[in-house]
Design a protein around this ligand. Structure first.
Ligand code: AMP
Ligand code: MN
Ligand code: MN
Ligand code: MN
Length: 276
């Protein structure tokens, strides 16, 4: 059995449609796939239909943008009921924040001598969530940099011309929305927050006390020693372990769908909550 419980589609900043993503997952031998678009669930209906047709188990899910102590932190809700009104009301507030932030990013880039970024990013996002990734693709297409990673570092991160400080949901609220929707709140890619050991411990304790239940122990961008560290935290705090690539499409070559090391056997898998 192969699991990938963190992936994106064109409903947010992935480059594959939900159908294409599900087909790619089937081709990669994934049995259980969670579609976790940023702050929206609009790709789930299409993904569910495609999954039913090709024998993939699709978990309805979402990746919620949060702010914790001034940093962006992401909380994935796994096995949610996407029709839950409390969840959707929360996501609507974040969608409005995203739209306003994108407009301000456009204004700031324009002041820095780069006009047209908002319109281009808006067009790239289509009906999906607008994200910094859409701005990054525009800036690369404009020839301002050669890679998406580089463009983030030069234009879209704190202190850079296109960065807009943003207050997302408090983690306690995001966890409450996920729980209201019957889902399992999972802290995404914990190694990416560049926290000290004690900072990560504080975040995890707060996450757990607010009703968080799982930790992404195996994450696409993580290294082997991260897996050991995160397994240790999961066991210590009695959190379930999740596995997710954070796949955004075949163009980001370092994050492959389903190509992940296994969850260490001493961590209880999050799928123990719905398998059996
Ligand atoms: P946003 O939620 O709009 O702030 O956009 C965040 C998204 O940007 C993340 O989910 C990643 O997909 C992408 N991202 C952030 N930093 C980088 C980076 N250094 N290189 C490539 N993609 C990035
Ligand atoms: Mn993303
Ligand atoms: Mn994320
Ligand atoms: Mn993600």
């Amino acid at each position: 059995m192969s699991y990938d419980l963190h992936t994106h589609s064109t409903a947010s900043d992935g480059s594959l449609t939900p159908t294409e993503l599900v087909h790619a997952a089937a081709a990669a031998g994934i049995c259980q796939l969670a579609l976790t678009d940023h702050d929206c669930t609009s790709g789930l209906a299409e993904a569910r239909e495609a999954a039913a047709a090709c024998g993939v188990w699709l978990l309805p899910a979402v990746e919620i943008s949060c702010t914790w102590q001034g940093r962006s932190v992401h909380v994935v809700g796994l096995a949610i009921d996407p029709h839950c009104k409390i969840l959707q009301a929360g996501l609507v507030t974040l969608q409005a924040i995203r739209e306003k932030r994108a407009e301000e990013m456009g204004r700031r880039l324009e002041s820095a001598g780069i006009p047209g970024a908002y319109a281009a990013a808006r067009a790239r996002a289509g009906k999906g969530m607008i994200t910094r990734t859409h701005f990054a693709h525009f800036l690369v297409a404009r020839g301002l940099s050669t890679t998406i990673g580089d463009v983030f570092g030069r234009y879209l991160t704190p202190g850079k011309p296109g960065y807009v400080p943003t207050e997302w949901a408090p983690i306690g609220e995001a966890i409450a929305w996920i729980r209201a929707a019957g889902g399992i709140a999972t802290l995404a890619h914990p190694q990416r927050y560049k926290l000290t050991g004690s900072g990560l411990r504080r975040l995890l304790v707060e996450f757990k006390n607010a009703g968080g239940e799982a930790l992404e122990v195996v994450s696409g961008a993580g290294l082997a020693d991260n897996i050991q560290t995160m397994s240790h935290h999961a066991r210590r705090l009695n959190l379930l372990g999740s596995v997710g690539s954070d796949f955004h499409g075949p163009d980001l070559a370092w994050l492959k769908l389903g190509r992940l090391p296994p969850l260490p056997p001493n961590v209880t898998p999050v799928w123990s909550r719905w398998d059996d």
